[in-house]
Design a protein around this ligand. Structure first.
Ligand code: SAH
Length: 236
């Protein structure tokens, strides 16, 4: 699978996308991550990517032409057209289901805005406008890294044991994963649940299932179709 990220700060993503399972998958050629400088797709000597907003107002707006040229140049370089994703504070929320669906694509083109955002006419050239949460970031780079990480770890082979992906949060029945513990068995009076030390795999499985449900009800009742205000607590 190929990821093409278009940004005015492409170098900002290199470190993050070169570590851990992602770095290993890139080194092994399982995923191909390419970072593009949006300014390479300008056609003026000053490599300008922004301009003042029509109708007035504060700040600068990113021009549509460099993004469209970048998309066209990348699409010309791939055999099957990549899905074009615009990271935007005004997009639909990016969720687990999207990550699963996109992991089946041959490629994703990720467009990162900055400043006050991108000229709205970009929407004619994108398949998806997505936000990673209900807050405004300074730019789309962090959001693009979120999408690349979430999608690539669902790409077969990227995480060595698929079991570790399949028992993660959101996977089974849409609930959270079970809480995890490691040594020591007791830390400052807090003991690891005894069942986990018992070696009884059936009981451990049952305990984990129940703990996962409990945690989901406490932190994310919305995932179970429950009214979030109904549980009344969000701490501890
Ligand atoms: N004026 C916009 C905010 C622009 S923020 C508004 O009122 O909504 C600048 C850029 O940061 C955006 O173009 C987008 O690429 C990125 N960005 C900001 N928040 C984001 C979010 N929650 N998810 C994804 N990208 C985001």
């Amino acid at each position: 699978m190929r990821f093409d990220v278009v940004s005015i700060f492409p170098e900002s993503l290199e470190g993050l996308l070169s570590i851990g399972v992602l770095g290993q998958a890139r080194a092994a050629g399982m995923i191909d991550v390419r970072l593009h400088d949006l300014r390479d797709f300008t056609d003026d000597p000053h490599r300008i990517v922004d301009d003042r907003p029509y109708g007035g107002g504060a700040g600068m707006v990113m021009k549509v032409e460099p993004f469209v040229r970048a998309i066209e140049s990348i699409q010309a370089d791939v055999d099957t057209p990549s899905r074009v994703v615009f990271l935007s504070s005004q997009g639909k929320l990016f969720q687990h289901g999207d990550a699963i669906g996109w992991a089946g694509e041959t490629g994703l083109i990720l467009l990162c805005g900055r400043y006050e955002g991108v000229d709205e006419r970009i929407l004619e050239y994108v398949d998806e406008e997505v936000a990673i949460g209900d807050y405004v970031l300074a730019g789309g780079e962090v959001a693009a890294a979120v999408v690349v990480e979430a999608v690539s770890r669902l790409t077969p082979g990227v995480v060595g044991k698929f079991e570790s992906v399949a028992t993660d949060s959101f996977f089974e029945e849409g609930k959270l994963g079970a809480p995890q513990y490691t040594r020591p068995p007791e830390f400052r009076g807090a003991a690891v649940p005894e069942i986990l030390l018992s070696g009884d795999h059936e009981k451990i499985e049952a305990f984990r299932k129940q703990a996962a449900w409990r945690k989901t009800i406490r932190n994310r009742p919305d995932l179970l179709g429950m009214d979030p205000s109904a549980t009344g607590e969000n701490h501890g």
